[in-house]
Design a protein around this ligand. Structure first.
Ligand code: SAH
Length: 218
């Protein structure tokens, strides 16, 4: 993408590398996707800072480092079918579109889902399907997924998401109470239905609401 923000994107890539992001495909996606189009106009000058920003409806676009690290943890090769819960701005959805074969993304706030869809369509990213609904249930008709990423804090690992993972599939999800969570990598075993869960690092996300999120708040 050639625009006035190329230099800012390169700086962000350097910041992410400095923080330990190594996956070249992820860094290439960050260098390509115009993040400023995914934040509200008055905040454009901050779009390439490594911070979370408000996007309206009480939600935030996550910190670039957390988004890049989540993408990296999925170890995508370009051939996967990926499910994202919490489209929000649609920026991480756009990164994923460069890293996987197809991306399904669910957002519970209709306005955000619509806006993300418009920005993504304008960019010509054509392997993304966005749905308005409760992502804590997953999206069974398109399952199984090679990778699932949840961009909102969950009190526990939602069972439907584990069930919708393909054997060997990877789920990245912030797990914990509302005020602090641990970004967790869940890997479904290849041979059976069991899975393994590994804590990665401390994070703070907005809550996952809905049936398998924070109870009774969706
Ligand atoms: N990846 C997004 C993160 C947005 S914040 C970005 O960087 O822009 C998390 C998003 O999850 C919010 O937009 C919120 O509305 C959404 N969300 C919360 N609970 C949800 C649920 N049960 N289903 C789908 N989306 C949900």
């Amino acid at each position: 993408m050639t625009d006035g923000f190329v230099g800012y994107r390169s700086q962000l890539v350097e910041t992410l590398q400095g923080k330990g992001v190594r996956d070249m495909a992820v860094l290439r996606a960050v260098a390509t996707i115009p993040r400023h189009l995914f934040v509200p106009d008055p905040l454009r000058h901050q779009a390439y800072d490594d911070v979370a920003l408000p996007i309206g409806n009480g939600q935030t676009i996550s910190q670039p480092y957390v988004q890049a690290r989540s993408c990296e943890l999925m170890r995508l090769t370009g051939r996967e079918r990926v499910l994202e819960i919490g489209t929000g701005s649609g920026y991480q959805t756009a990164l994923l579109s460069m890293l996987a074969e197809s991306v399904f993304s669910i957002e519970r706030i209709a306005d955000l889902a619509r806006h993300a869809h418009e920005v993504i369509r304008a960019l010509g990213l054509d392997n993304i399907t966005i749905m308005h609904g409760d992502g804590s249930l997953g999206w069974r008709p398109n399952s199984p997924y090679d990778a699932i990423v949840v961009a909102a804090a969950s009190p526990a690992i939602p069972q439907p998401l584990v069930e919708q993972l393909a054997p060997g599939g990877r789920l990245v999800i912030p797990v914990g109470p509302r005020d602090a969570q641990v970004l967790t990598l869940v890997t479904r075993h290849r041979e059976d239905t069991g899975y393994e869960s590994t804590p990665v690092h401390d994070v703070r996300f907005v809550p996952l609401l809905g049936q398998f999120g924070f109870a009774g708040t969706g």
